[in-house]
Design a protein around this ligand. Structure first.
Ligand SMILES: Nc1ncnc2c1ncn2[C@@H]1O[C@H](COP(=O)(O)OP(=O)(O)OP(=O)(O)O)[C@@H](O)[C@H]1O
Ligand SMILES: [Zn+2]
Ligand SMILES: [Zn+2]
Length: 802
C-alpha cells in the first residue's frame, strides 16, 4: 500500500499539516515528492503538494488521490524542505510557502497535453493512443485509461513531453509556421510546372528551395512580400503545409545582445574574486560581502564568478532589485552567457514568467537573473548565489510568507555547499556588522574602474535659499548648473525623493524636524486630531504653530510630486527637454525601456524621476546629478531613515561621471548638518557605519536588537485597538523579561481602505519561544480572522514600518 503525505491548498491553521491519501494503482511511479495532485477534501476537490510517500499511515480510512497534476515534480526535495523551514520562520502556512516558490501560472487552471517528440514509434499503448497524431490532450489519455508507467518512461527517454496549456490568452504564444510539404526535388518540379501568371507563388517556392526550414508565416509574408491567399494556394496544392508551434515568448526577442568576453580583471577585482573562486573550487559554503563603490566593477566580478561555476557544470542565481532589472542589466548577463540565461521579473506577463521558469525546470538554462522570487529557481546543482544591491528592501516579501531573499539564499547556499555573494556600495548595517564580526567574509573594492575620483558633491542649504527670497524648489546653484550642462549638450539626472508619503513636520527656516524623544524617529502629523504622534511608542503632542527651536512660523509638513517638479522646471528652464519617469509614466509595459532609450539617444537633456532612476543606470553623457529634497526620506518614521538616505544618496551620486566626462552632484537639503547627508557627500561609508551603529545601540535597534512588528487592522477602530492591546499583553506575559513590547499605537498610515490599523513592536535579543507564542496568539484569533474581518500581520525583522 502506498500512501502520499499531502499538504492541501486550504490555508488555515487547522489544515497546516500533511494529510494521508492512498495512491491509486498504476500511479505509484508518478506520485513522488514535489508533484501536485488533486485530492478529495471534505465535499470538494483541492490541489495539494505531495511532500512524502510512505508505506503506512496511522489512520484507518484513507481517501484516494483523484488525479496527478504534474508528470515531473515541480518542487525538488530541497525546495520542499526549504518551504517547511520558510513557513516556520515566517509563521505562515506550508501551502503559502510552496505556492510562493512557483510561477503564478501554475496556480491557475490549465490543460495539459502530451506531445510526441519522436519520428519513430512510441511504446505500444501510447502509439495506439496517439494514432499518428503529434499531440493528444491529457484528458484523453486519462479517459482512455492510458498507461502511466509507459508515459513516465517515455518522458524520461525524451520521446514525449508534457505541455501546460494555460487558458489565459496572454500566456500562450502559438506561432504559425509554414514549411515544405514535399521533398525539395518535387518542389522544383512544381516550380517548373507553375503557370506563367503565378508569379507570386513562384517567389515563395524559390524561397523554400533556398531555405527549406520551417519559417514563421508572418516572416514569410514579409520576406516574400506576399499574402496569405498566395500561401494558401500552395498549401491547397499540397506543396506547403502549416504547423503550429508553441514557442517561448522571449521578452528580449527584438534586442540583440552583443557577445562580450571576460575583461582582464583589475587588481582590486582580482583580489576580491580570488576567495570566491576558491570557495567555488572547494565546493564550500561561505557568505561574502562584496563592498564596492559604485562603478568599481562588481558586475564583472559576478560575471567571472559565474563563468567559473558554469565551467564546473553548475548553476547560478543572480538576484537584482526589481527596479534595477533594466534591459541594460539584462544585456550584461545575456551578452556574456547568451542562451544560458533566463530572466525573471515582474514586468513579464504570467505566461512569459512561466516560460522562463520552464527553461529552468527543464534544465535548459544554467543562469537565472531575476528579482526576489528567482531565489526559488528549481536548480539542483547550484554553484553560486549572488545578491546585487543586497541592502535593497525589495528583497523582503511584504506578504505571507514574509521572507527575505538573503535568508533563503543562505539556506540554499548551505544546502548546495556553494558561496553566497552579497554585493553593495552601501551594505545594510546588519550585513556590514556581520562582516566585521567575521560571520561574512568582507571583500572591499574602494576604487572606481575608470580610476576617477567619485564625483564631487555640493550640498545646497535650502534654508539659505529661503532667507534669500527663493521660495521655489530649485536652488540658484542647481538651475545654473542645469543650464550650463544643457548648453554643453551634456545630460542631467534629477532625482526627487518621494518615497511613501510625507507627513513629517519641518521648519523651513531652521530645518528642525519634530522627533520623538524616546525613539528618535520623526513624529507624524495627524490631520484629524491635529496631533503629532510617534509611531513606535505612544508619545504625542499637539501640533505646534511655531518652531520650538527658532520660533519661525514657516513650520509645515512636506511633500511634492514629480509632475509638479516637471512643470516648475519647464518654467525655470524652458529650453530643457525632460523625460519624466515615475509610477505614472511607466505604467505601460515597455514604457520604462522606451523612456530610457529616449534619454540614452540624447533626445532629452534631463531624466527626472523617483527611486526608480537611482539604480543601475549607466549613461556616458550624464555629468550632473541633482537631488531635490533629501529630507523626505530622512524623516520617514522609520529607524532606518538615515541609513536609507545614505544609501540612496550614494546610489544617486554614483550615476554621474561613470565614464570619461567628470561628474558633479548637487544635493538640496534643509538638513545640511545631518551625518547621513554629510557623510554621503564624502562617500564615507565606514564613518557612517560607526555613527549609525552608535545610534542603533542607544535606541536599541538592529543589529543590536531584533524587531518583530505586529499589525492589526479592522473596520472598527476600537476593535483594532483592543486586539492590539490584547496581543501586547499576551506577548508581555509570555516573552522573557529581556524583551520590550512597544505600543499599541496607530500605524503610520492609520487607515487604509476604511480599515483602522494599529501595531505593536517587540524589541528583543533572544526569544526562542517567540514564534510558537505568536502562532498560538494567531490561533486564538482564528475565528475572528475568518469571520469577523480581522487581520493580524506578523513581520519578523521588518523593513517596512508603515
Ligand atoms: N576589468 C575591467 N576592465 C575594464 N572595464 C571594466 C572592468 N570591470 C568593469 N569595467 C567597466 O567599469 C564600469 C563600471 O563597472 P560596473 O558597472 O560593473 O560597476 P558596479 O560596481 O557594478 O557599479 P554599480 O554598483 O554602480 O552598478 C562598467 O562600464 C564596466 O564595463
Ligand atoms: Zn525653526
Ligand atoms: Zn516614540
Amino acid at each position: 500500500m502506498s500512501i502520499a503525505k499531502v499538504i492541501v491548498d486550504v490555508p488555515t491553521s487547522q489544515t497546516n499539516h500533511s494529510f494521508d491519501y492512498l495512491i491509486p494503482e498504476g500511479l505509484e511511479e508518478l506520485i513522488t515528492p514535489g508533484v501536485r495532485v488533486s485530492v478529495p477534501f471534505g465535499p470538494r476537490k483541492v490541489m495539494g503538494f505531495v511532500i512524502a510517500v510512505t508505506g503506512k499511515s496511522e489512520f484507518k480510512k484513507l481517501r484516494t488521490i483523484d488525479q496527478v497534476m504534474d508528470m515531473t515534480p515541480v518542487l525538488t526535495t530541497e525546495l520542499l524542505d526549504l518551504g517547511r523551514w520558510l513557513a516556520d520562520q515566517t509563521v505562515s502556512f506550508y501551502i503559502q510557502a510552496y505556492q510562493a516558490m512557483l510561477p503564478q501560472v501554475l496556480k491557475a487552471k490549465y490543460k495539459k497535453e502530451i506531445e510526441s517528440l519522436t519520428e519513430g514509434d512510441l511504446p505500444d499503448h501510447l502509439e495506439k493512443l496517439f494514432a499518428g497524431r503529434a499531440v493528444i490532450s491529457f484528458d484523453e489519455f486519462m479517459e482512455r485509461k492510458g498507461n502511466y508507467r509507459e508515459l513516465l518512461s517515455a518522458i524520461h527517454e525524451g520521446t514525449v513531453q508534457i505541455n501546460y496549456i494555460v487558458q489565459s490568452k496572454e500566456t500562450i504564444k502559438k506561432v504559425l509556421f509554414i514549411e515544405p510539404d514535399k521533398e525539395l526535388y518535387l518542389l522544383e518540379e512544381a516550380l517548373v510546372d507553375l503557370p506563367k501568371n503565378a508569379q507570386k507563388q513562384r517567389v515563395i517556392l524559390e524561397f523554400f528551395l533556398k531555405n527549406p526550414e520551417p519559417v514563421e508565416k508572418s516572416k514569410l509574408v514579409q520576406k516574400c512580400q506576399t499574402t496569405s491567399s498566395t500561401i494558401q494556394a500552395l498549401i491547397d496544392k499540397n506543396l506547403l503545409r502549416k504547423s503550429e508551434k508553441k514557442i517561448y515568448r522571449n521578452p528580449y526577442e527584438n534586442t540583440t545582445f552583443k557577445k562580450t568576453s571576460p575583461l582582464p580583471l583589475s587588481n582590486q577585482q582580482q583580489k576580491a574574486i580570488t576567495p570566491i573562486w576558491e570557495a567555488i573550487d572547494q565546493t564550500r559554503n561561505e557568505v561574502f560581502l562584496l563592498h564596492g563603490v559604485t562603478g568599481s566593477g562588481k558586475t564583472e566580478v559576478y560575471l567571472q564568478s559565474i563563468e567559473k561555476v558554469l565551467a564546473k557544470g553548475k548553476e547560478a542565481i543572480v538576484l537584482v532589485p526589481e527596479i534595477a532589472l533594466t534591459p541594460q542589466m539584462v544585456r550584461r548577463f545575456k551578452g556574456r552567457f547568451g542562451g544560458e540565461v533566463a530572466v525573471l521579473h515582474s514586468a513579464l506577463s504570467p505566461g512569459e514568467k512561466f516560460d522562463e521558469w520552464t527553461k529552468i525546470h527543464k534544465k535548459e538554462v544554467k543562469v537565472v537573473v531575476g528579482a526576489r522570487s528567482a531565489i526559488f529557481a528549481p536548480f539542483e546543482n547550484l554553484g553560486i548565489i549572488i545578491i546585487d544591491e543586497e541592502h535593497e528592501t525589495s528583497y523582503k516579501q511584504e506578504e505571507q510568507p514574509r521572507y527575505h531573499a538573503r535568508e533563503v539564499a543562505k539556506y540554499r547556499g548551505q544546502f548546495h555547499q556553494c558561496p553566497v555573494v552579497l554585493g553593495s556600495a552601501t551594505p545594510l548595517l546588519e550585513s556590514f556588522a556581520r562582516a566585521k564580526k567575521n560571520v561574512y567574509q568582507l571583500l572591499e573594492m574602494p576604487d572606481r574602474m575608470n580610476e576617477q575620483e567619485m564625483p564631487p558633491v555640493e550640498i545646497v542649504d535650502m534654508r539659505e535659499e529661503l532667507h534669500q527670497g527663493n521660495r521655489s524648489m530649485f536652488s540658484k546653484r542647481l538651475l545654473e548648473a542645469i543650464r550650463e550642462r544643457i548648453a554643453k549638450k551634456e545630460q542631467i539626472v534629477l532625482f526627487l525623493n518621494r518615497r511613501g508619503y510625507s507627513t513629517f513636520v519641518m521648519c523651513r527656516d531652521c530645518g528642525d524636524v519634530m522627533k520623538c524623544p524616546a525613539c528618535d524617529i520623526a513624529l507624524t502629523f495627524h490631520k484629524s486630531s491635529h496631533q503629532l504622534k510617534c509611531h513606535y511608542c505612544d508619545y504625542q503632542i499637539p501640533m505646534v504653530r511655531n518652531c520650538p527651536s527658532c520660533e519661525s512660523d514657516q513650520i509645515r509638513y512636506f511633500g511634492t510630486g514629480t509632475q509638479k517638479v516637471e512643470e516648475a522646471l519647464l518654467e525655470a528652464v524652458p529650453e530643457a527637454r525632460i523625460v519624466r519617469m515615475d509610477v505614472d509614466t511607466t505604467r505601460k509595459k515597455g514604457a520604462h525601456e522606451k523612456l530610457l532609450n529616449k534619454f540614452q539617444e540624447k533626445q532629452a537633456d534631463i531624466l527626472l524621476g523617483t527611486q526608480m532612476i537611482a539604480k543601475g543606470l549607466d549613461f556616458e553623457n550624464v555629468t550632473l546629478v541633482g537631488v531635490l529634497a533629501v529630507d523626505a526620506m530622512l524623516n520617514l518614521p522609520d529607524f532606518r531613515s538615515s541609513e536609507k538616505t545614505f544609501q540612496l544618496l550614494t546610489q544617486v551620486s554614483g550615476r554621474a561621471g561613470r565614464h570619461k566626462l567628470p561628474g558633479q552632484v548637487i544635493l538640496q537639503t534643509y538638513a545640511k548638518e545631518h551625518y547621513a547627508v554629510e557623510l554621503a557627500s564624502q562617500y564615507d561609508y565606514d564613518q557612517f557605519f560607526l555613527q549609525e551603529m552608535k545610534m542603533r545601540k542607544n535606541f536599541h535597534y538592529p543589529p543590536y536588537f531584533f524587531l518583530t512588528l505586529i499589525n492589526v487592522s479592522h473596520p472598527n477602530q476600537l476593535k483594532a485597538m483592543e486586539v492590539t492591546r490584547m496581543i501586547s499583553k499576551l506577548l508581555y506575559k509570555h516573552l522573557s523579561d529581556a524583551a520590550t513590547i512597544l505600543g499599541p499605537t496607530p500605524s503610520p498610515i492609520e487607515r487604509i481602505n476604511n480599515r483602522y490599523r494599529y501595531q505593536c513592536m517587540v524589541k528583543y535579543r533572544d526569544e526562542p519561544n517567540q514564534r510558537s507564542i505568536i502562532r498560538k496568539i494567531l490561533q486564538y484569533y482564528y475565528d475572528e480572522i475568518q469571520k469577523n474581518d480581522l487581520t493580524i500581520q506578523v513581520d519578523f525583522e521588518p523593513y517596512q514600518l508603515m
